[in-house]
Design a protein around this ligand. Structure first.
Ligand SMILES: O=c1ccn([C@@H]2O[C@H](COP(=O)(O)OP(=O)(O)O[C@H]3O[C@H](CO)[C@@H](O)[C@H](O)[C@H]3O)[C@@H](O)[C@H]2O)c(=O)[nH]1
Length: 323
């Protein structure tokens, strides 16, 4: 098979490309380079520069590279921005996927691994979130991921597409410093940024109904995210027409913000610093932790890395960019 990785020049996509190559898959990258960069694409992997909104560009890439499956990682992913610019998010994430599906169906490409998100669950009121926990996204971003899953379900039924929607929990870490996330939109890089500025890291609320009062999340190493995509791609290669999997990618273990900040202070040699507690950030659920049972059963996959490895590898990437 030849897998086209959309968004393969971005943070998560670049990790997926490397995992697929290491697993012996043939890969081509399709990326509009709006946030990704060509230097993240490994030598020898073709890079097609284009947007998934461009049907002709997709058709040409599929034809010219003999694509037989797609890993669709391209998309917009900032929750806050999606609230300000919902139509943009719907266009990029929903219309983009719809155009991609049209192109795939027309070309007879019938395998798809899709980047979904734990954001589809919104504020789940359960200890461990399973794939059957009701979805109630809290942002346009989460909505676009859920609608994307619906599009895929419909295409699996009507056109025999074989698909896996991968619901990522809180992604962190890097396989190597050059591949680290350049955005400062999540807890780990936000703490790095505060430390670099000589400021105390901020904890958004310590009055939640959790053991230490801070929010609990399921942090997952981006290399684990990538290996889960390889496992899904392999599974789809063998799958019957209409196979339609929805899978959490998490560790099944929660870490509180306070625990994460303490680990970050340790790893970065800032044990003397203390975090300051500020007001709750609107829309933050107290606890979002995956049940990782289904993915283990379906793909035989489980996470290899823990939070220290995520923080250490992210820190090396940060130091490369901020010497
Ligand atoms: O300086 C900071 C930054 C974050 N937090 C807290 O840390 C936790 C994690 O925050 P963040 O890293 O922003 O992740 P989430 O808000 O959990 O959302 C992430 O995880 C979701 C999936 O679960 C994805 O949909 C989102 O795109 C992704 O940003 C939250 O409780 C935040 O309030 C702080 O206390 N201080």
């Amino acid at each position: 098979m030849t897998w086209m990785v959309t968004g393969g020049a971005g943070f998560i996509g670049a990790h997926v490309v490397r995992a697929m190559l290491a697993g012996g898959q043939r890969v081509v990258v399709f990326d509009d380079l709006s946030t990704g960069s060509a230097d993240k694409v490994p030598a020898g992997v073709p890079l097609v520069t284009g947007t998934v909104l461009d049907r002709e560009a997709l058709d040409a890439a599929i034809r010219e590279h003999g694509v037989t499956g797609v890993v669709h990682v391209a998309g917009k992913k900032q929750v806050g921005e999606s609230v300000e610019r919902p139509l943009y998010y719907y266009k990029e994430n929903v219309t983009g996927l719809e155009v991609l599906l049209e192109s795939m169906v027309a070309a007879g490409v019938d395998r798809l691994v899709f980047s979904s998100s734990a954001a589809v669950y919104g504020m789940p009121d359960v200890d461990l979130v399973t794939e059957t926990t009701p979805c109630a996204p809290m942002s346009p971003y989460g909505e676009t991921k859920l609608v994307g899953e619906w599009l895929i379900h419909a295409a699996a039924k009507a056109h025999g597409l074989r698909a896996a929607s991968m619901r990522y929990f809180n992604v962190a870490g890097a396989a190597s410093p050059e591949l680290a996330d350049e955005g400062v939109f999540n807890l780990v890089p936000m703490v790095f940024e505060r430390l670099e500025a000589g400021e105390a890291p901020r904890i958004f609320g310590d009055d939640y109904d959790t053991p230490d009062g801070t929010c609990i999340r399921d942090y997952i190493h981006v290399e684990d995210i990538a290996s889960a995509h390889l496992a899904a791609a392999r599974r789809l290669e063998e799958a019957e027409a209409g196979t339609d999997l929805t899978l959490n990618i998490g560790r099944g273990e929660g870490s509180s913000v306070r625990e994460m900040v303490d680990r970050i202070l340790k790893v970065t040699g800032n044990e003397d610093a203390t975090a300051e507690v500020s007001a709750r950030r609107p829309g933050d659920p107290a606890r979002v932790v995956a049940s990782a049972e289904r993915i283990s059963e379906e793909l035989g996959w489980s996470a290899r890395y823990g939070v220290d490895e995520m923080i250490e590898s992210a820190w090396q990437g940060w130091r490369l960019r901020h010497p």
